[in-house]
Design a protein. Structure first.
Length: 364
């Protein structure tokens, strides 16, 4: 089954052609980052306007690179939540137009479900159940992936998402937007023991996250040093910050996996590109003998291939959306687009992979 997928939830206009939820035939990503960099963050109105300009050429390029026509596509998928509402509306409305014009089923996809599904593209042998850490610019979630379309959220952030904390701390350190990758590079050169930063704790939940205290500690340290005319070793501060975030993220995942007896662990979202986090997750899984699944770097950030992967499983589980589909700025991961479940499964149902294989070791 060939799915044409569209993603426009933030500052990337993306389209991809994905077959049976597992094979990427094409993936095109047009990023607006250079334009938003001038403002130190995403400007929602500019993002919507750029999506409007870019969506047609990006979708055309994805079809062309897959050597496929719209008529040959079996369904149209789109990220319809969560994200910047003006940005989501561009992709959702364009997908509705395509589905209506070509007479194809329309599959709405939750953006975070898509991030998790990036792992299906990279690891053909990965099948649920597994435990997944999602760390992106807007979300930090610890998710039990029970099935392709059944999720239980064990923990979430009480304030800033991990990526947001990276970007705001990086900005205070003088790095351009989005600062996560610059902070990552600086951390490589730094000594994480030079500055002591608070280890964030959340009362009342062992799996929830909180990163705003850590971010504020970085900003205060820089501010106090500036007032006293003292120099700050930015590389060392970056290394301390990154080590603290990685310890928190890995620690939560480790406790949950031990408590639930899970031996297959995955991660997803832009922050999973972080070299310190990848190393820390690899170390944890090696210690316990757990299978680790990480998306390759191009599939960590926003792209449409991950949306096409998840869309396949959404199509198998749910009735397609109608022409009244609307976008939503926020949406529960567990309850996303709860259209009536299919019963029985559609005729083109095929297990993917054909024979579920044993979950392997780290395949980063
Ligand atoms: O998943 P994503 O592309 O977009 C959202 O859905 O939010 O995540 C973007 C986030 C940004 O905060 C960015 O700074 C962060 O991922 N990021 C990183 C790295 N690469 C991207 N954070 C830390 N280290 C990196 N190497
Ligand atoms: Zn994302």
């Amino acid at each position: 089954m060939k799915i044409l997928a569209i993603e426009s939830s933030c500052d990337e206009t993306a389209a991809a052609l994905v077959e049976n939820g597992r094979q990427v035939r094409s993936s095109v990503v047009n990023t607006q980052i250079p334009e938003h960099q001038k403002y130190g963050g995403v400007v929602p109105e500019i993002a919507s306007r750029r999506h409007i300009e870019n969506i047609v050429p990006v979708v055309d390029a994805a079809l062309q690179q897959a050597d496929c026509t719209l008529a040959q596509v079996d369904a149209i998928a789109v990220t319809a939540a969560p994200g910047l509402i003006g940005a989501l509306l561009v992709g959702t409305n364009y997908a509705k137009g395509l589905a209506l014009a070509a007479g194809k089923p329309l599959i709405p996809v939750h953006h975070i479900r898509g991030h998790i599904a990036a792992n299906y593209l990279a690891h053909p042998q990965l099948t649920p159940p597994f435990l997944c850490l999602v760390a992106s610019g807007g979300h930090t979630l610890l998710v039990q992936v029970e099935d392709y379309t059944r999720f239980t959220v064990l923990g979430t952030t009480r304030d800033d998402a991990a990526g947001e904390a990276f970007d705001k701390s990086a900005r205070a350190m003088g790095f351009p937007y989005p600062g996560g990758k610059y902070l990552d590079a600086a951390a490589h050169r730094g000594d994480p023991s030079r500055y002591k930063l608070p280890h964030p704790k959340v009362e009342g939940s062992s799996y929830d996250f909180s990163f705003s205290g850590l971010k504020t500690a970085v900003i205060n340290l820089l501010h106090n040093a500036a007032q006293k005319g003292e120099a700050v070793a930015i590389d060392d501060l970056a290394a301390s910050f990154q080590q603290t975030v990685c310890q928190v993220l890995t620690g939560h995942l480790e406790r949950a996996a031990l408590q639930l007896g899970v031996t297959a662990v995955a991660a997803a979202g832009g922050v999973c590109a972080n070299s310190g986090l990848r190393a820390s997750l690899e170390g944890m899984c090696a210690r316990h003998g757990w299978g680790l699944y990480l998306p390759p770097l191009p599939l960590c950030g926003d792209n449409a291939a991950m949306i096409g992967a998840q869309a396949y499983y959404e199509y198998l589980a749910y009735q397609p959306a109608g022409m009244d589909l609307n976008a939503a700025a926020s949406m529960d991961l567990e309850e996303a687009f709860t259209a009536p479940r299919r019963q029985p499964l559609p005729a083109d149902w095929q297990q993917s992979p054909e024979e579920p294989q044993e979950i392997g070791k780290s395949l980063t």
